[in-house]
Write a protein that binds this ligand. Structure first.
Ligand SMILES: [Zn+2]
Length: 259
């Protein structure tokens, strides 16, 4: 029997047959992997705790037919604290949902690290969920291949002041360059061209840049005012959903319970 060893985050589980569990694992080595955990729902099972959703575990897998099967599994981290609040659990489900959608090879190691750090932060409760969510959305987009130009105005290089963040283009425009381009656009306005623009203050723009470039272990360690945080949160959510060109039911659920 040829076996494969992987470490991964269980992002989805489906109960199958009497006591089996089909799990979807996000791994650094193989990306998204589906595997059957035989008897995992039985109380006597060795796999019960290591194959639950949001658990980070090491697995020994083997291939039989169309599926991978779990030969051995050992829990590394359960992120138990994410279950303390419905909001924390909802945000974790959204993060897992984003991972399910990713098919970019070579990005998995960083994306897994970012996700584990995010779940850890939710479980610890030391940072606001709004901050964790925004930082995750911005950095995940960047890792997947949609890194925004978050440093300066893409037309003149200005770094200070308020900015217009073009969600589809991932670029910043300063106030004065935007005034100029609005005047020019009036003459060549195309009604079919729609742009989504989020306004970012200097503080929100700095935080955007921090989320793109900071070491992943320190990604939540930035100071931001409540007002700037709201602007960043809106921009981050618009950015990831538009770049991935989809919406998430788990995101809607998170927003409902957060209200
Ligand atoms: Zn400019």
């Amino acid at each position: 029997m040829i076996t494969t060893e992987v470490k991964g985050l269980v992002i989805r589980t489906v109960d199958i047959r009497e006591s089996d569990r089909l799990i979807t694992v996000f791994t650094a080595e193989m990306g998204v992997v589906n595997a059957v955990a035989k008897g995992a729902r039985s109380l006597k099972s060795r796999y019960m705790s290591s194959t639950m959703q949001f658990c980070y575990s090491s697995f020994v897998l083997y291939r039989r037919g169309e599926h991978y099967w779990i030969k051995e599994a050992e829990l590394i981290e359960s992120f138990f604290g994410i279950r303390n609040t419905i909001e924390g659990l909802a945000l974790s489900a959204y993060i897992a949902d984003v991972l399910c959608d990713v098919t970019v090879a070579e990005a998995e190691t960083d994306l897994l690290r970012l996700s584990l750090n995010s779940l850890y932060a939710i479980a610890e409760g030391k940072h606001s969920l709004e901050k964790i969510k925004a930082a995750f959305e911005i950095r995940a987009s960047s890792i997947i291949g949609f890194m925004p130009d978050a440093v300066s105005c893409h037309l003149c290089g200005e770094r200070m002041g308020n900015f217009y963040f073009d969600i589809m283009g991932g670029s910043l425009t300063c106030y004065s360059c935007n005034e100029k381009s609005v005047e020019e656009r009036l003459e060549i306005e195309n009604p079919h061209e729609s742009r989504i623009i989020c306004i970012l203050t200097e503080g929100a723009k700095m935080a955007l840049g921090y989320c793109v470039y900071s070491p992943i272990e320190k990604i939540f360690s930035f100071k931001i005012s409540d007002e700037d945080m709201s602007l960043l949160a809106r921009a981050a959510e618009e950015y990831i959903t538009n770049q991935l060109e989809r919406s998430f039911k788990t995101l809607q659920f998170y927003k409902e319970v957060k209200r």
